[in-house]
Design a protein around this ligand. Structure first.
Ligand SMILES: Cc1cc2nc3c(=O)[nH]c(=O)nc-3n(C[C@H](O)[C@H](O)[C@H](O)COP(=O)(O)O)c2cc1C
Length: 167
């Protein structure tokens, strides 16, 4: 898929078929995510891949979007490793780039995903549940699977509305 086409046609997918996603596919997604840029190339992202149905159920309880997590064959929790951090704003920006890379790779591979942020309200509970080191801070959970919904068209503000000025 062309890069511009992938950027334009990616949409959040919230319903998935029960088809499993193999480890090789997940590794490819994580490899692409990790090619994101980061300040000083410090690569502050860390991942936990959740497939276990019981654990996924417990993860789902931490967000009002529980159905999305329950329905997804696999979820990827994305963390900021604070021990690798050198500038909090820049490191969080790098995590954002990593997440967008992840979503675009998933889309280019014919799969679907959604970035879940509402779950951050229970950040500490999720960190405990997934047993990550204390230095790791939850940034998002990405639910991944084969899409089971028709692709929506998506909406964005007209570009002229977001350009403050052309000087
Ligand atoms: C930081 C962030 C947090 C988000 N949190 C959620 C969420 O908790 N639940 C959800 O269903 N979608 C969530 N989304 C997805 C957005 O709703 C979605 O990207 C937006 O509506 C635009 O739709 P599109 O991705 O299909 O273009 C989140 C997206 C971002 C970037």
């Amino acid at each position: 898929m062309e890069t511009l086409e992938a950027i334009r046609t990616r949409r959040s997918i919230r319903r998935f078929t029960p088809d499993p996603i193999d480890d090789e596919t997940i590794d490819k997604i994580l490899e692409m995510a990790a090619w994101a840029p980061s300040g000083r190339n410090n690569q502050p992202w860390r991942f936990v891949v959740v497939r276990d149905p019981q654990l996924k159920q417990e993860l789902a309880q931490q967000t009002k979007y529980s159905r999305i997590i329950e329905n997804a064959p696999v979820c990827i929790a994305v963390f900021l490793e604070n021990e690798a951090s050198y500038d909090r704003v820049k490191d969080i920006q790098a995590i954002g780039a990593c997440l967008q890379n992840m979503l675009l790779a998933i889309h280019a591979m014919g799969l679907g995903a959604v970035w879940l942020g509402e779950i951050l309200k229970n950040r500490e509970k999720v960190e405990k549940l997934l047993g990550v080191p204390e230095s790791c801070e939850l940034m998002a959970v990405v639910a991944v699977g084969k899409p089971a919904e028709k692709k929506k068209r998506g909406t964005r503000n007209p570009i002229e509305q977001v350009i403050l000025s052309r000087k």
